[in-house]
Ligand binder design. Structure first.
Ligand SMILES: Cc1ncc(COP(=O)(O)O)c(C=O)c1O
Length: 392
């Protein structure tokens, strides 16, 4: 996640489109998305690997036509996301869940062409179902024991102690390898190129005997390929070496790395308060609209704002929920804030609207798109009915 960064008045001017839009609103920046996708396309072109969108991080069907041009399909966390990928994105659908509900695998065979399992016993149990659908490719997720997550410590490290994700090395001799097409591993989180290359080399070094038994290796997500500083040449070289060594296909399934810095959450100041410090209450909330701010935790950047005290007017920004901890962060601004002012949070496409909620009956933000010509379009607005519907 991005930290607090100052942005110039010049940059602020290019956000004129945000001045009059209804808030709160998540806004996809199409130009930024296309920039990100072109890096993915380069990796694909140079290595021949496949790249899937992990819809857990970003699932905006309105953006799928753009993404479909560059990507090979989607990867899902279970039946509903698989259905979304199947119905709305097309191309390949992959799915992994640490456990499947009764009947889920059977239903998935109609939605996904690649189903990954968490343990050898799950594969044995589902083999009769899978054999009835021979076109479905079977994958096994392994826990490679490679920790590289760059945020959140154990919270975001799939290889943390006692992790429930993936077959551990001691289990691998029980895998029915003759039925397995894909070896899967997801061990990264917001990792740089050294992390990506390190994982690939680690799998080659420690799991080569198993790699030789499959047709493809999926190196999961967490490759932060569009984060400034990520050298995709390092990833490209590692994939090329791996493919030459083992003669297998390689799949990547990033989510965050495809949409990092590709959109905003635009909020308005509702009111001001003072309790020893100046406080601004927004129509956007950490608890309901950007839960990762509290979960990771991190402080998102705001266009034109600085760190506390850096600019003349410092405020704590909070949501209108009852949760005391619904605080987005403390920022400074060139001018005093006033009700109606827009506050533009950056890097708000990953793990944002896919995780939001209506706690306190707080309205859900609009979903909008900023086109390349800076024309803004609302894709979907939400109202009372969306709040009511979830309550039964
Ligand atoms: C199995 C799997 N694949 C892909 C991803 C996407 O990761 P990211 O959004 O960090 O790229 C995740 C994230 O949790 C995951 O669990």
């Amino acid at each position: 996640m991005a930290g607090l960064t100052d942005t110039s008045a010049l940059q602020l001017q290019s956000f004129g489109w945000a001045r009059d839009i209804a808030t709160p609103a998540y806004v996809l920046d199409v130009a930024a998305l296309k920039r990100n996708l072109s890096r993915a396309a380069e990796i694909k072109r140079e290595t021949g690997c496949k790249i899937l969108l992990a819809t857990k991080a970003f699932a905006l069907p309105a953006a799928f036509p753009i993404m479909r041009e560059m990507l090979d399909g989607t990867t899902a966390s279970g039946e509903y996301e698989a259905r979304l990928g199947h119905d709305e994105f097309g191309k390949e659908v992959h799915v992994y869940s640490p456990a499947y509900a009764p009947g889920e695998v059977e239903r998935l065979t109609r939605l996904a062409q690649h189903i990954y399992f968490n343990a050898p016993e799950q594969i044995e149990k589902n083999l009769p179902t899978l054999k009835a659908h021979p076109s479905v490719k079977i994958g096994i997720r392994i826990n490679p024991g490679y920790s590289n997550a760059t945020l959140g410590g154990a919270l975001y490290d799939p290889c943390a102690p006692y992790s429930r994700f993936g077959a551990t090395p001691e289990m691998l001799h029980r895998v029915p390898w003759k039925h397995i097409d894909i070896l899967h591993t997801h061990a990264l989180c917001e990792s740089d190129d050294a992390g990506s290359a390190g994982l690939i080399e680690h799998v080659a070094r420690h799991f080569g005997d198993y790699v030789r038994r499959v047709k493809a290796v999926n190196f999961g997500g967490g490759h932060f390929i569009n984060k400034p500083g990520y050298d995709i040449q390092n990833l490209i070289a590692a994939i090329k070496t791996f493919r030459q060594t083992f003669e297998v296909d390689v799949i990547l399934e990033p989510g965050a790395g495809l949409v990092v810095d590709a959109g905003y959450l635009v909020a308005s100041v509702l009111d001001l308060h003072h309790n020893e410090k100046d406080i601004a209450i927004l129509d956007a909330s950490a608890s309901t609209h950007m839960p990762d701010v509290l979960e990771v935790p991190y402080t998102p950047s705001i266009v034109g704002a600085g760190t506390p005290g850096e600019k003349p007017h410092t405020y704590i920004l909070g949501g209108k929920t009852c949760m005391t901890g619904d605080i987005i962060g403390e920022y400074s601004f060139d001018q005093p804030l006033k009700p109606g002012d827009r506050v533009i949070f950056t890097d708000m496409m990953q793990y944002s609207f896919v995780k939001n909620n209506t706690f306190n009956g707080v309205p859900l933000p609009d979903l909008g798109i900023l086109n390349e010509d800076h024309a803004y379009k609302v894709i979907r607005s939400f109202g009372y009915e969306d709040f009511r519907h979830r309550l039964g």
